[in-house]
Design a protein around this ligand. Sequence first.
Ligand code: ZN
Length: 110
Amino acid sequence: MSQSLLYHAFGVREGYEYRSTKYVEGRVEFHLAVKDEDIECPHCQGREYWRRGKRQRRINTLPIGPKAVVLVVEVPKCECRACGRSFEHSPPLPPPTATTAAPWLDSSAS
Ligand SMILES: [Zn+2]
């Protein structure tokens, strides 16, 4: 399983990196993590922060054949060193797009 497939079939793009694929009870789970270098305080745009744990988002997306597909996204909880406020970093994931129609390919040819 490649990151390229995630990009092109499921619209997973900037801000996330692919970690692993797990096969669980007939489901396929793609595990993703936010790229550290993209984390920024939404209150003051500070780039220095402490990690304060994380949580998981589970997003159902398009099935592959008969198998359900779930994106499992690790969302870091952070505390800004500059302003002291807490925030989560969770870049938006686009809605799943049918593999037969991929209009977003036009703008992400790389
Ligand atoms: Zn801040």
